[in-house]
Write a protein that binds this ligand. Structure first.
Ligand code: ZN
Length: 100
């Protein structure tokens, strides 16, 4: 879906993602003031560029998110390992204390 630029009398400029078949907004979704759709000189290019930029950014975000998730799992595993190791170590220490 392309992103259209609008100018609101009160809020200033904002972007709205709309279907090509949708009619242009006449009222601001924020304050219901009159809005104008801003027509760029390079309409197609600008919209396409923005669309791609948005897609790229959310793709990168998705990748970062899944990487983060994996890293968190790793961290958790390390933490769990440490705790298990620590527990084993303290068990050994207790046994040693009892045996002596
Ligand atoms: Zn407004």
């Amino acid at each position: 879906m392309p992103i259209y630029d609008y100018k609101c009398e009160k809020c200033g400029n904002f972007e709205k993602q709309q279907r090509i078949t949708e009619e242009a907004l006449k009222e601001c979704p924020n304050c219901n003031s009159k809005v104008e759709r801003i027509i760029s000189k390079n309409v197609g290019v600008v919209f396409k560029g923005q669309g791609f930029y948005k897609t790229d950014t959310s793709l990168i975000k998705d990748k970062m998110r899944s990487l983060n998730k994996e890293r968190q799992t790793d961290n958790q595993a390390i933490l769990d390992g440490d705790v298990a190791g620590f527990n084993k170590q303290s068990e050994k220490t207790e046994k040693k204390v009892l045996e002596s």
